[in-house]
Design a protein around this ligand. Structure first.
Ligand code: COI
Length: 355
């Protein structure tokens, strides 16, 4: 039988008849945690590198109160999705890209990382073991959340002596309740998400805790989320709390260039390719907040949000609107991307890994 890390597929019964969870409403999935069956865990000591992992029942983990991740935020996460095709097969979208991003993030955070191969094996094993939780075609996806953390004890500030790589999954639907209806953003002018030389360009857990205050204030005022500006000039677009941003003007699409303060999104990079294939001219460049004023469309991209059209952006109390339903370009890019992810279009780029 196929082995995944330390244990065999049989040991977790992935070959037993697939039973569909009875208490789940596939038509009503949002973006919240659904407890699934198994998670993957692999540990190693600092300086030794990962070797073998195992699937264990999904559940709480035990961690020392002085773990590096709890005290000093030495942690990274990833996000990717598995889709079920009409023929029942399960597809992953560009998983090696997540593996590579975890490796570069781990380097920045002084952590050992699983190799691309170890990451891939872990993700595949976790999805296979939880296969019954992959939603039916068209009903959503299985969100895969790899974590890497300093799980060993430290008291003085230093890299933790032990690391844990963990993968868990949850079936998900739309990230924003709006779905493909436009979201409303507000530009944050006082708080910043990242600074030059900091960790904005890697997927470290602290980047996400840092946006909660601005996000909470925005939500309390009825906005869907926050758009951040650069911390040096306070005028260039960076990203939204959980996704990258794109601005459409005619046949031109612009998105902030990757310069260390912006998360290099895999959906961002994929949309750039899809848009170029569709005949758009795409620029990765500094984009000023003023460029929002005369844009035709604005949309966000991310693994969780996919392609999310923006209906309005409020900046210094002034609201710019882009329409109350999804724009043509956003719609076209959304379907270009999702038809690849769901296996409905020919995978000419080799982005799909079938389980
Ligand atoms: C993702 O889109 O996968 C992310 O990691 C963003 C997260 C805040 C949901």
């Amino acid at each position: 039988s196929t082995t995944y890390g330390a244990i065999s597929a049989q040991a977790v019964d992935v070959n037993s008849p697939v039973s569909v969870p009875s208490d789940i409403n596939w038509d009503n999935l949002g973006f919240g945690l659904v407890h699934t069956d198994y998670m993957y865990v692999m540990k190693c000591a600092l300086g030794e590198g990962f070797t073998k992992g195992e699937l264990v029942p999904f559940g709480n983990i035990e961690i020392n109160p002085s773990a590096g991740v709890l005290n000093y935020g030495q942690g990274l996460f990833e996000g990717l999705k598995a889709y079920r095709k009409e023929d029942g097969n399960v597809l992953l979208f560009r998983p090696e890209e997540n593996a590579k991003r975890m490796i570069s993030g781990a380097e920045r955070m002084c952590m050992p990382s699983p190799s691309v191969d170890q990451f891939m094996q872990a993700v595949k094993a976790t999805v296979l073991a939880n296969e019954r939780w992959v939603p039916p075609p068209g009903k959503g996806s299985l969100y895969i959340r790899p974590l890497l953390m300093g799980s060993g004890s430290v008291l003085g500030l230093a890299p933790a002596p032990e690391y844990t790589f963990l993968v868990y999954v949850s079936p998900v639907g739309n990230y924003f309740k709006e779905g493909l209806s436009p979201i409303n953003l507000v530009v944050e002018t006082e708080m910043h998400r990242a600074t030059p030389g900091g960790t904005g360009g890697v997927k470290t857990i602290g980047n996400y805790a840092a946006v909660l205050k601005a996000q909470g204030a925005a939500k309390a005022k009825g906005y869907s989320d926050v758009l951040y500006l650069d911390s040096t000039h306070n005028k260039y677009l960076e990203e939204v709390s959980s996704c990258n941003i794109f601005v459409v003007k005619g046949n031109t699409i612009s998105t902030p260039d990757i310069k260390g303060t912006i998360l290099p999104g895999i959906t961002r990079k994929s949309i750039i390719d899809v848009a170029r294939d569709q005949g758009f001219e795409v620029f990765e460049k500094p984009v000023t907040v003023d460029e929002l004023l005369d844009a035709d469309e604005v949309f966000c991209t991310g693994t969780a949000v996919v392609v999310s059209p923006v209906g309005s952006i409020t900046y210094l109390g002034k609201k710019v609107t882009y329409g109350s339903s999804v724009g043509l370009v956003s719609q076209q890019l959304h379907s270009g991307l999702t038809s690849l992810q769901m296996g409905l279009a020919d995978d000419k780029k080799g982005w799909i890994v079938q389980l």
